[in-house]
Design a protein around this ligand. Structure first.
Ligand SMILES: [Zn+2]
Length: 498
């Protein structure tokens, strides 16, 4: 394995990352080479209500969200490139969930489902706020796990890397420290620096630390050295692209042309870069003794099209945009693979089954998600849907219900499809099987109705950004609008800035 330097300090000496990240997190060691130098000035932090003094001896919680990370571009999920060796090392000590199918391939709705344990129609966030989605505001019946833990004495801190997760989103609620990207996006090295700086001064009370990485999201700017070796596997990547019927060329809504081969390499290079930062973060946590008794959740918020199904970005309901990695590490929990589909609302109900956290009963009472490891869990299909932004691009509202072996799809224009993952894992050709399709669609529609009804019961107060707020974001470069479709022009490909 070629050693990869971090982007922030290209002149630093090579460091044996894989020697530090060994077979499990137990092998993380204090590292003298971490130098939090040349940090950007601290960003303003949210002013929260002060929590009561911590009095528990509860586990720390470390949540890592990997934006735009396709499960099938990770070796642990079958990819031929070792794009994330640090994550691989963590996975050796983790529960690795085979098929996390997220409810929406859009950043804010997916993260809101993660932190609340409910579905998008239940929390009401159906798009990123800068694209017309509503920001999350809790109610008496619906709050994030963060707020619950903060109320029980946890130190809560978040370090996010992109506009959809800034303080306009509502996702910052419950965090005593909320350190967001100062611009539309920040690189993972800067986010890691900020997080480690906070960890260095964090009190020894239990903490919930959330670090969000955005590097795999377009635009791809990882230094060329992160592509090292990719030019040696031209045959393998061509075979991979051919088997997945990847379109040679697509276009983004902005008109930018996306060449498939270049996109694969640039995207995988960003995964490597992000992995490098992930390793720095975990080494830093280990050096501070914050991995000794810790619940660790690493989860992707959605995947990426990479020209599959003629889509360079995400926001739709194809497998490659919904299937995301999920690793959970808990004290005393044996590493293993976990088969079967689950969704974002299930992540914390499942993880909380492995540890005892104060307030977890309160969270589980509101959650619609299930503990998929519970003895009484009955496998069920999971719902996914397109984001409301897709309507602007002429894509009808579309839902899918994914079970362990197949997936049905129905859209507002009346079209339906059935995909048999047992024989067609890449969703290359729908099958005709009314005996499976019709009951699946009926069940899915009933789930949508039930979720909308429960959303009204939960009553999260929701609000859209004002025109002035949208304009402010536009001036900051947060809002990238594609030209609206015209009647005569071909339908533009859906957006990727989700
Ligand atoms: Zn995202």
């Amino acid at each position: 394995m070629v050693w990869i330097q971090d982007r922030s300090n290209p002149m630093s000496p090579s460091r044996p990352m894989l020697a530090v990240v060994a077979a499990s997190i137990a092998t993380f060691t204090a590292c003298a080479w971490f130098e939090p130098a040349a940090l950007p000035p601290p960003e303003p932090e949210a002013a929260p209500d002060a929590p009561p003094p911590a009095s528990t001896n509860s586990p720390d919680v470390v949540l890592i969200t990997l934006d735009t990370t396709r499960a099938d571009h990770l070796k642990r999920y079958g990819y031929f490139r070792d794009t994330m060796p640090g994550l691989e090392a963590l996975a050796d000590g983790a529960l690795v969930f085979d098929r996390l199918i997220v409810p929406m391939a859009t950043t804010l709705p997916s993260h809101t489902s993660l932190l609340t344990g409910v579905w998008p129609h239940e929390h009401g966030v159906l798009g990123n706020v800068e694209h017309g989605g509503e920001r999350f505001i809790p109610s008496d019946h619906l709050q994030s796990l963060v707020s619950i833990l903060a109320a029980h004495g946890y130190q809560t801190a978040a370090f996010t890397s992109a506009a959809p997760l800034n303080t306009d989103s509502g996702i910052q609620r419950g965090f005593q420290t909320f350190n967001a990207a100062p611009k539309a996006e920040r690189s993972g090295d800067q986010t890691t620096d900020a997080a480690l700086r906070w960890v260095a001064d964090a009190p020894r009370t239990p903490m919930l630390l959330w670090v969000h990485y955005y590097d795999p999201h377009n635009p791809w700017t990882a230094p060329a050295r992160f592509r090292e070796g990719f030019d040696q596997d031209g045959g393998a990547i061509r075979d991979w692209m051919e088997s997945h019927q990847v379109a040679r060329v697509t276009h983004r809504p902005t008109g930018e042309q996306v060449n498939a081969r270049g996109a694969m390499d640039a995207y995988d290079a960003e995964l490597r870069f992000m992995d490098n930062q992930l390793t720095r973060l975990f080494d830093g946590l280990a050096a501070r003794g914050r991995l000794d008794k810790t619940l660790i959740v690493l989860v992707g918020d959605h995947g990426e099209g990479l020209n599959q199904h003629n889509e360079p970005g995400h926001g739709l309901v194809w497998e490659e945009q919904l299937h995301s990695p999920l690793l959970v590490i808990a004290p005393g929990a044996a590493a293993r693979r976990v088969p079967g589909v689950l969704s974002m609302p299930d992540v914390f109900p499942t993880a909380l089954g492995l540890v005892d956290l104060p307030g977890e009963a309160e969270f589980l009472a509101q959650a619609s998600g299930k503990d998929v490891l519970a003895a009484d869990y009955t496998p069920r299909g999971v719902l996914s849907q397109t984001s409301i932004r897709q309507l602007k691009f002429g894509v009808p509202q579309t839902y899918t219900l994914t079970s362990d072996t197949f997936k049905c799809e129905w859209a507002a224009d009346g079209t339906t499809s059935l995909w048999d993952h047992a024989s067609d894992p890449y969703e290359l050709a729908p099958v005709t099987d009314a005996a499976r399709l019709d009951p699946c669609v009926s069940e899915g529609k009933a789930l949508v109705d039930a979720q909308i009804a429960r959303g009204k019961e939960l009553g999260g107060h929701r609000e859209k950004l004002s025109d002035a707020e949208i304009e402010r974001l536009r001036q900051l470069g947060y809002v990238e609008e594609a030209p609206p479709p015209t009647k005569d022009a071909p339908k533009p490909p859906p957006a990727d800035q989700e």
